[in-house]
Design a binder for this molecule. Structure first.
Ligand SMILES: [Cu+2]
Length: 455
């Protein structure tokens, strides 16, 4: 007999897939902790579970866990969020627990972890644990390793962390849209022995890129190459916090790339070694010194160095990645006199400014009228004037007197006397030309690039 009650019971049971959470189990889900701040949150020592040295997420935070019968439980909520990229601009994105990127998850090698993922997006999603060695059915590829997590559903991922290292998480469902909307996060597995590869400060951030038209709020999700906002953790200069350290401290910076192009990450004033990739720790014998490390798409690189006092730029070395939203089709105006032209255009557009005759440096200082919710292309004030940067740029601030564990901004560096480049005010020497090349039979052919060549 097929009573209505039987029918409901059967369909109800069918809907409860292997890892889909029933209402009874749901009562045991850890509370979803939400973050509303876009500023760097100080590291949190674990209240339970194995001890570890926590990381600091640049302009981000780590998700608290709870222990349940020896299993470390987390609760991620995929949802629409509002993220401030820098004061003056917010974006309407998708992320986790109130922010994009999502919170950093921290656990320890050997931990059994259980991650509840609740979908509050308007479409289905999954989470892939990038680089983690786990059972195939926990790999999070929608359709391949599991059913999609439909809006309103909660799925559970549970596996044991076989090795320590640096990993990422992101959806493997409608991936182009969901990543373009900001869905991603960091996953750090600490070594079982807290003294292994121990550092004094351990920073993490993701590289992500968005295409948000000036004056608008939502990223364009169909963009493949022409992104206009290049971010560290969905944040751009001058909105990025500084990385802070005390002179002589051992510092690690872990960077993951979830954009669609590579980023040569460059640190001033130090040489460093790559000590960890998504594949694991790099043995000492296999490291070499660098000042720039290229982080390719889908890769993670951790660099380590000993901190030297000063204010040191940390940035992507692609110069258009250290700028905020700009038009790609700007003509080169260097050498073009615009005074007459500007006067004529101003009769039609009173705010018009002729720019670029002497380069673009003026733009770092000028107060240009901008559409609402748009950041200047290059901005930020330093102790000596306009910094003329945007995007993937921040400052490593190292001080002799920065207290251990103090992550607050110490202000600008007080340079010791006689160590700042100075203005020469003596006599100009007469110009002497170098002797010209003797050979004249070079046939120089120049081939100009025709497009962006996939930057
Ligand atoms: Cu870059």
């Amino acid at each position: 007999m097929n009573s209505r009650r039987d029918f409901l019971l059967k369909t109800g049971l069918t809907a409860l897939g292997a890892s889909l959470v029933s209402k009874v189990q749901a009562a045991g889900i850890p509370e979803a902790v939400i973050q509303t701040e876009a500023s760097t949150q100080p590291p949190v020592m674990p209240a339970s579970g194995r001890p570890y040295n926590p990381v600091v997420t640049l302009n981000g935070w780590s998700l608290p866990h709870q222990m349940k019968n020896g299993v470390k439980e987390f609760h991620l909520v995929a949802e629409p969020v509002v993220r401030e990229f820098a004061p003056g601009m917010v974006a309407h994105m998708w992320g986790y627990n109130g922010q994009s990127p999502g919170p950093t998850l921290e656990c320890v090698e050997g931990d059994r972890i259980r991650i509840f993922v609740t979908n509050k997006l308007p479409e289905h999603t999954t989470i892939h644990w990038h680089g983690v060695l786990l059972p195939s059915g926990m790999d999070g590829v929608g359709g391949l390793s599991q059913p999609h997590i439909k809006p309103g559903q909660t799925y559970v991922y549970e596996f044991t962390m076989k090795k320590s290292g640096t990993f990422m998480y992101h959806p493997h469902a409608d991936e182009m849209v969901q990543m373009a909307m900001g869905m991603m996060g960091f996953l750090v597995v600490h070594p079982k022995n807290p003294d292994f590869m121990k550092v004094d400060r351990d920073y993490v951030f993701l590289l992500s890129a968005y295409d948000i038209d000036p004056g608008s709020y939502t990223p364009r999700v169909s963009e493949m190459t022409d992104f206009n906002l290049w971010t560290f953790n969905s944040r751009v200069f001058p909105g990025l916090d500084p990385l802070v350290a005390r002179t002589g401290e051992r510092v690690r910076i872990r960077v993951g790339n979830l954009t669609m192009t590579n980023h040569p990450i460059h640190l001033h004033g130090h040489d460093f070694e790559v000590t960890c990739t998504d594949g694991g720790w790099v043995p000492k014998s296999a490291r070499w010194p660098e000042v720039t490390t290229d982080v390719a798409v889908g890769q993670m690189r951790a660099v380590e160095f000993t901190a030297t006092a000063g204010d040191w730029a940390l940035h992507c070395h692609k110069s258009h990645h250290t700028m905020n939203a700009m038009g790609h089709k700007l003509p080169t105006m260097i050498g073009v006199p615009q005074r007459e032209l500007t006067a004529k255009v101003r009769k039609l557009i009173p705010d018009y400014m002729g720019m670029g005759s002497k380069g673009m440096a003026d733009m770092g200082e000028m107060e240009m009228p901008l559409p609402d919710n748009t950041l200047p292309m290059m901005s930020g004030q330093g102790p000596f004037g306009a910094v003329e940067m945007g995007g993937m740029f921040t400052v490593l601030k190292v001080r002799d007197n920065q207290k251990k564990g103090d992550y607050s901004d110490p202000g600008w560096y007080d340079n010791p006397a006689g160590t700042v480049a100075w203005l020469y005010e003596g006599e100009e020497p007469s110009t002497v030309r170098a002797s010209p090349a003797t050979s004249t039979d070079h046939d120089l052919k120049v081939r100009k690039p025709t497009g962006h060549e996939g930057h």
